[in-house]
Design a protein around this ligand. Structure first.
Ligand code: SF4
Length: 445
């Protein structure tokens, strides 16, 4: 029998749920597996190891993950050596790892958010002992540097700057599953960014649950300083960051953004609600007036800034009047984009114990109203682009439209045709057609 090298190469398949933070963590798991000699598989059926990197921020992400894990039972039965690993926020919830093990005894490795970077050892333990590994650390440890990464989002590269969160918004499970906020050292972040630019990345997105409080646990540094230092790196690239918290979004930071030639003129500033009563119940630590003040400051220093937000409807006890305060705020600010959500009850959070949970039909009606309002703002803002020429960073190719796509400094998506591969290039596009959030145009040489 002849064995080709191909037969010897082990393959991995990773499914990620949730936010950019999780996508980047999956890049770390992929990096670790690559360093162990694994290659990416095209599908679960071809894989020797399948990893689920889960999210527990909303109930539907958990349900989807459990559904997808359950669907592997047959495959595992046929392929005895297949390794199935489940980690991330979902498994980090108290008692959840054991529940998962009971429900799906065919899972080989269950790990949490605090030992994700130790995945190589978890896998080695599994391979050498053949036993199930359930290893979820209760507490976060010090930040680990040097974890390999197999990046998947060229021309963008994600860079963690903080881990964990100290804010304890009453609806949010993150502080319980990601631990207290820890900042990476400024020089480690800057050095990683320098290497990425050298490797040819054209956009860096700094990541943290609340990037604005970067450095609170370090001496003599803060997020404004970090922005200035990364902006000094030579070369043409864009700098983005997420996510922000209005209470920590300072004038000093706004000035640093306005003075950088790298930072994109788009800021994601999650407001969550427009009613002071609800903001207080959410423990957001700002009022609607504080929020308006931040918006005014942003527009004073960066007149063309595009502001996007997150809005939640149906928080416990939200009245029609509270909701109308949110509608009013959305109308007054004129956001360039809004991620709208219906409140999702998370066990273990203070909001889950609050009286006055809102009927789903009421929440659905409220979210539809907000979506309509935001869509009409998007359409109006898109129309202003007509016949203008904008610089975009080409980030991909849309097979369905048969066109390249990219974003301008305000985060607005534009499509264009080209015979040449344009991914990773800054190009000028004249906008000829608009629709909703996206724009269509032609390449201008
Ligand atoms: S700032 Fe609030 S919403 Fe954001 S991760 Fe922290 S607790 Fe959750």
């Amino acid at each position: 029998m002849i064995f080709s090298m191909e037969n010897c190469i082990k393959k991995y398949f990773i499914t990620t749920y949730g936010c950019q933070m999780n996508l980047h963590e999956s890049e770390k798991i992929a990096g670790i597996l690559t360093s162990l000699g694994y290659e990416e598989a095209n599908s679960e059926v071809d894989a020797d190891i399948i990893v689920f990197n889960t999210c527990c921020i909303r109930e539907n992400a958990e349900d989807r993950a459990e559904g997808n894990i359950g669907a592997l039972k047959q495959l595992k039965r046929k392929k005895k050596d297949l390794i199935i690993a489940v980690g991330g926020c979902m498994t980090q919830q108290p008692g959840f790892a054991n529940e998962l093990h009971q429900k799906f005894p065919f899972i080989d490795i269950i790990f949490g958010t605090h030992n994700l970077e130790d995945f190589a050892n978890l896998l080695k333990r599994k391979l050498s002992s053949k036993k199930k590994i359930i290893d979820v650390l209760e507490k976060e440890g010090p930040i680990k540097e040097g974890t390999p990464k197999t990046r998947t989002s060229y021309p963008n590269a994600w860079v963690n700057i903080t881990y964990g969160c100290n804010n304890f918004c009453t609806y949010c499970i993150v502080p319980y599953v990601r631990g207290r906020e820890r900042s990476r050292k400024l020089e480690d972040v800057v050095n990683e960014c320098k290497s990425l630019i050298k490797e040819g990345y054209k956009e860096i997105t700094l990541l943290g649950q609340n990037v604005n409080s970067y450095g609170n646990d370090l001496k003599d540094t803060d997020f404004a300083t970090l922005i200035r230092e990364v902006s000094k790196i030579k070369g043409k690239f864009r700098l983005k960051f997420m996510t922000n918290h209005p209470k920590d979004f300072t004038e000093k930071l706004i000035i640093a953004i306005s003075e950088s030639d790298k930072v994109c003129h788009t800021v994601h500033l999650p407001v969550q609600a427009g009613s002071d009563r609800i903001l207080k119940l959410m423990n957001r630590k700002y009022t609607r007036n504080d929020y308006f003040e931040k918006i005014n400051l942003l527009r004073k220093y960066i007149p063309d800034v595009a502001i996007t937000t997150d809005i939640m409807v149906g928080f416990p006890t939200e009245t029609e009047e509270d909701f109308l305060d949110t509608v009013d705020l959305v109308e007054k600010v004129g956001f360039s984009g809004a991620f709208t959500f219906i409140y999702s009850k998370r066990d273990g959070t203070p909001a889950a114990k609050m009286d006055g949970q809102i009927d789903e039909e009421v929440s659905k009606r409220r979210i539809m109203k907000l979506i309509e309002l935001q869509n009409s703002t998007n359409r109006k803002q898109s129309e202003e682009y007509l016949n203008k020429t904008i610089e975009i960073l080409c980030e991909g190719f849309d097979e369905k439209k048969n066109m390249y796509l990219g974003r301008d400094t305000h985060g607005r998506m534009a499509y264009f045709s080209s015979q040449e591969d344009m991914i990773g290039q800054f190009v000028f596009v004249k906008i000829l057609k608009t629709g909703g959030m996206s724009l269509m145009g032609e390449l201008v040489r």
